[in-house]
Design a protein around this ligand. Structure first.
Ligand SMILES: [Zn+2]
Length: 183
């Protein structure tokens, strides 16, 4: 069989691992209405956490929604793996470059500030015409022991980072700032 030409060539083991993750996410991909329901639950959790910590019951409840998102997602560690995932998923060249630089700006800012970077994530949602809607994101988090003010300052900078790097904040970034901090 002829080998399919690929732009990004990764070791076979890594390529197989990525193909496996994509297969998994496609099998568990969400419908648009499922994604809406999950997103609204997670927003609800974020809003509660502005005032207080979640109770154990709440944690468990909201975590089950988080898990469904994770099942429908492809999470990779490196920029090169993220690029390869987008190639396999059929991103055109321009949107691939744009997405990489956008997500990388969040990542760079998180690292600069000493926050945690947890990888590049691609959430798959089934389109009405049988294709996939793909939501990329950089997974970042703030160390738990930082003060509330320091957390907010860092998170605001991480979410707004694309603006600073000459890329544009996405609608999702803007919504996140609004939900978290009313900015
Ligand atoms: Zn963004």
């Amino acid at each position: 069989m002829e080998k399919i030409h690929t732009i990004t060539s990764l070791p076979e083991e890594v390529e197989n691992k990525l193909q496996g993750k994509i297969f998994h996410a496609k099998s568990y991909c969400l419908t648009i209405s499922e994604e809406k329901e999950i997103a609204s639950k997670l927003i609800e959790a974020t809003i509660i956490q502005k005032d207080r910590e979640l109770t154990d019951e709440e944690l468990e409840y909201y975590y089950s929604y988080r898990e469904r998102l994770d099942e429908a997602s492809i999470l990779v560690e490196t920029l090169l793996e993220a690029k390869r995932v987008m190639e396999i998923l059929g991103f055109d060249h321009d949107s691939l470059i744009d997405t990489l630089s956008h997500e990388n700006s969040h990542t760079n800012k998180a690292m600069q500030l000493g926050a945690n970077f947890g990888g590049y994530n691609f959430l798959l949602i089934k389109d009405t015409d049988g294709g996939y809607l793909i939501t990329p994101s950089a997974t970042t988090s703030i160390p738990e022991d930082w003060s509330k003010e320091k957390k907010e300052e860092a998170m605001t900078k991480i979410i707004s980072a694309p603006d600073e790097y000459g890329n544009k904040m996405s609608e999702m970034d803007k919504m996140e700032l609004k939900i978290r901090y009313g900015k």
